[in-house]
Design a protein around this ligand. Structure first.
Ligand code: ATP
Ligand code: MG
Length: 137
């Protein structure tokens, strides 16, 4: 059993598809073991995406991620990191396969609806960035 970290990004929250996306998580066999809604500060967004600092899309990404509330989740399941990536689809929604979350809910490369950890190490770091251990059930 493995944990991964998920964000429902501002464009998807604005579309009122939190429930639809939670249904997709649960139908795919994930358990939601922690959740919270936050409106990120610039500092929180820059810190979360620190690995991308200096990339051409960084400023737009921080602007977008601070543009409205987001939902944060810890998902638990077998092979959770990879299976969640598969459920999300490609980062660039133009390449996202039909039936993936990004194919259904992304608006652009930056406004691609959802985030998911890309490794177990990233998942551990990202979960700890937003959740205290006693907030995870
Ligand atoms: P995420 O980390 O959100 O799950 P990812 O791991 O597939 O997605 P990263 O390379 O970590 O993608 O990029 C983080 C986020 O930055 C992307 O989800 C997207 O919102 C944005 N992004 C990445 N590359 C680009 C780009 N070339 N143009 C515009 N936005 C981008
Ligand atoms: Mg990433």
């Amino acid at each position: 059993i493995q944990r991964t970290f998920s964000i429902i990004k501002p464009n998807a929250v604005k579309k009122n598809v939190i429930g639809a996306i939670y249904h997709r998580f649960e139908s795919a066999g994930f358990s939601i073991i922690a959740a919270k809604m936050l409106h990120l500060t610039r500092e929180q967004a820059e810190g979360f995406y620190a690995e991308h600092k200096g990339r051409p899309f960084f400023e737009g990404l921080v602007e977008f991620m601070t543009s409205g509330p987001i939902m944060l989740q810890v998902l638990e399941g077998e092979n959770a990191v990879q299976r969640h990536r598969d459920l999300m689809g490609a980062t660039n929604p133009e390449n996202a396969l039909a039936g993936t979350l990004r194919a259904d809910y992304a608006d652009s490369f930056t406004e691609n609806a959802v985030h998911g950890s890309d490794s177990i190490e990233s998942a551990n770091r990202e979960i700890a960035y937003f959740f205290a251990e006693d907030e995870i059930c």
